[in-house]
Design a protein around this ligand. Structure first.
Ligand code: NDP
Length: 281
């Protein structure tokens, strides 16, 4: 039996013609860019977002550009809303091939960890981690039934789930998402569904509105000399959802300009310090 298509499937520029895709948090930022990329390559996309009106505006804009898109208001922390959103995709498009778990919650962390409120942890874990579980649970039967074994989940993680960058509860949720990705990859493999995770570094999205100077500072810390753009992540997500990735499942793909390979704080501290002798390595 052939599952997950074939490695010979060629890139045509319309890799997702006849695919149906649901993107949570798809109204703006990385979710919007990802939805636009899928639509540009032929997919019908459902934008499921807490802000239903913004999602509809984005969907309308995709349609104006010649794509196929619908929108639905959906809080991924609400099981009923999640089930309804997946049902909407299946009813509107006749099935569901790809789920992108992109919605998240990121609370400010307390400087003193002993002051960390339960509410932050519960909300960040509920939206970021359990939300992805809820959407995956609802979507999996449909992904398993997808034509030619094309079913796939792509989770949007973060470098915060892989190293220390602050935002404790968000980071814990993102680390949990890496584990969930492996769990689902093994669980869903028998039905031909692949599950992977893209871990972005700093990406210029509306989430950074009002903090643009931080983006400029961050750019200087990245080995590749810039922060990421939403299109950088959309390219990785669509690769992992495509037939080109038909033998890739359970992986975490960092898309982060090299920041996990660098240690700018350590390097800066050493270069700013006074050396005991010039021979130090
Ligand atoms: P944005 O804040 O720009 O957009 C997120 C979208 O998700 C918004 O439309 C938001 O709606 C919606 N949303 C929020 N909560 C929920 C919910 N409970 N249910 C459904 N939709 C919801 O985010 P980004 O594009 O910056 O980030 C997208 C993903 O990328 C996230 O998973 C994030 O963790 C990850 N990421 C981003 C990085 C960055 O630097 N931007 C770095 C690393 C990872 P509303 O506007 O109403 O809140």
């Amino acid at each position: 039996m052939v599952r997950n298509g074939t490695a010979a499937a060629a890139y045509s520029g319309q890799r997702f013609a006849t695919y149906t895709v649901m993107v949570t948090g798809g109204a703006r930022g990385i979710g919007e860019a990802t939805a636009r990329r899928f639509a540009a390559e032929g997919a019908a996309v459902l934008l499921a977002d807490l802000n239903g009106e913004a999602a509809e505006r984005t969907a309308a804009s995709i349609r104006e550009d010649g794509g196929r898109a619908e929108a639905v208001g959906c809080d991924v922390a609400d099981r009923t809303a999640v089930d309804a959103a997946v049902g909407h995709a299946v009813a509107a498009f006749g099935g569901l091939d790809v789920l992108v778990n992109n919605a998240y919650s990121c609370s400010d962390h307390s400087e003193d960890f002993t002051e960390e409120p339960d509410e932050n942890w519960l909300r960040d874990l509920d939206v970021t981690l359990t939300g992805a579980m809820r959407c995956s649970r609802a979507a999996l039967p449909h992904l398993a039934a997808a034509t030619g074994g094309r079913g796939a989940i792509v989770n949007i993680g973060s470098v915060n789930g892989m190293s220390y960058f602050g935002n404790h509860s968000y980071s814990a949720a993102k680390a949990g998402l890496i584990s969930l990705t492996r769990t689902l990859a093994v669980h869903a493999a028998a039905s031909g569904v692949r599950v992977n995770l893209v871990a972005p570094g700093t990406i210029r999205t509306p989430a950074w509105a009002g903090r643009e100077s931080m983006l400029e500072t961050a750019a200087g810390l990245y080995p590749l000399g810039r922060v990421g753009e939403p299109a950088d992540i959309a390219a990785a997500v669509t690769f992992l959802a495509s037939a080109d990735a038909s033998w890739i499942t359970g992986v975490t793909l960092p898309v982060e300009g090299g920041i996990l390979s660098a240690n700018p704080g350590f390097t800066h501290a050493l270069s700013a310090g006074t050396a005991d002798d010039d021979e130090a390595p």
